[in-house]
Design a protein around this ligand. Structure first.
Ligand code: GDP
Length: 172
C-alpha cells in the first residue's frame, strides 16, 4: 500500500481546512475554527499514472496551522512530505505572496524536487477579487501548476488533489 504525506500550507483562513473537508468528506461549512497545531486526515485515492495503470494511494493530509509569520511553521511539520499544497485566498492577494514565501522556506528544508501545487481558493467569490484571477495565476508561474478552486462549491478541488497525487507518483 502506497502512503504519501502531503502538507497544506498557507496563511490563516485561506481555506486549507475547508479544502480537506471538501475533498475527504464532501462537506463545507461557513464556520471558522482556527487549526491549532496540525490536523491530519486521510483519503484513499485511485489515479491512473503515465503507463495507464490504476494505482491506489493513501493520501495523508497534514493541515498545518495558518500563520502569517511563516517562519514559525515548525519544519518538523513538513519533514517527510511527498508533496505540498500551497493555498492562497483570491480575495486577499497578499496571501499569495505569503504562500510563495512559505514555499521558499519549505524548499530549503525538504528540497526542490518535492512536487508542489498552488491553489487560489474562494473562486465562488471571484466577483470580489481585487486582482483578476489570470493576473494572480501569472504571478505564480508554471512550476506550481496553479489552479483556481472553491471549497464551497467544490470547483477544482478533486482535480487539484488528483493532479498532485499523479505528480507524487511520477515524481514531477
Ligand atoms: P484555514 O485557516 O486556511 O484552514 O481556513 P478555513 O478552511 O478554516 O476557512 C476559513 C474561512 O473561509 C471559513 O469561514 C470558511 O468557511 C471560508 N472558506 C473556505 N474556503 C472557502 C471557499 O472556497 N469559498 C468561500 N466563500 N469561503 C470559503
Amino acid at each position: 500500500m502506497i502512503r504519501k504525506k502531503v502538507c497544506l500550507l498557507g496563511s490563516f483562513a485561506v481555506g486549507k481546512t475547508s479544502l480537506v473537508r471538501r475533498f475527504v468528506h464532501s462537506i463545507f461549512s461557513e464556520r471558522y475554527h482556527t487549526t491549532i497545531g496540525v490536523k491530519i486526515d486521510k483519503k484513499l485515492v485511485q489515479v491512473r499514472v503515465d503507463d495507464g495503470q490504476l494505482t491506489e494511494v493513501t493520501l495523508v493530509l497534514w493541515d498545518v496551522q495558518g500563520e502569517d509569520r511563516f517562519q514559525s511553521i515548525p519544519t518538523s511539520y513538513y519533514r517527510g512530505s511527498s508533496g505540498l499544497l500551497l493555498v492562497a485566498d483570491g480575495t486577499r492577494p497578499q496571501t499569495l505572496d505569503s504562500a510563495l514565501q512559505i514555499a521558499e522556506t519549505a524548499t530549503q528544508s525538504i528540497g526542490k524536487d518535492v512536487p508542489m501545487r498552488l491553489l487560489l481558493n474562494k473562486a465562488d467569490l471571484v466577483a470580489q477579487w481585487e486582482v483578476p484571477a489570470p493576473e494572480l495565476l501569472r504571478k505564480v508561474g508554471a512550476d506550481f501548476a496553479p489552479r483556481v478552486t472553491s471549497a464551497k462549491t467544490g470547483d477544482g478541488v478533486d482535480e487539484s488533489f488528483r493532479d498532485l497525487t499523479r505528480a507524487l507518483l511520477s515524481g514531477d
